[in-house]
Design a protein around this ligand. Structure first.
Ligand code: ZN
Length: 73
């Protein structure tokens, strides 16, 4: 079992989740976000709209950021 906090996953609070594996972590984290941070769920559900509204920006990220983005896919 592992104890992982909302903050460790990039969330805005220190809510701790005790989980057996990554799959359970994803499920519990989603449940927690829906319950405690509905505004984040709204953002995720509005991803298409946010994408369309956001301006184009020149490519200017460093290698570390690219690495993190690739891991999240
Ligand atoms: Zn939280």
């Amino acid at each position: 079992m592992k104890k992982i906090t909302c903050a460790q996953l990039g969330g805005p609070c220190d809510h701790a989740m005790i989980v057996a594996d990554k799959e359970e972590l994803m499920t519990k984290n989603l449940e927690h976000i829906k319950e405690a941070h509905p505004e984040i769920v709204a953002t995720v559900e509005n991803l298409d709209a946010v994408w369309d509204e956001s301006p184009e920006t020149p490519e200017e990220h460093d290698a570390e950021n690219v690495l993190i983005m690739d891991e999240e896919k």
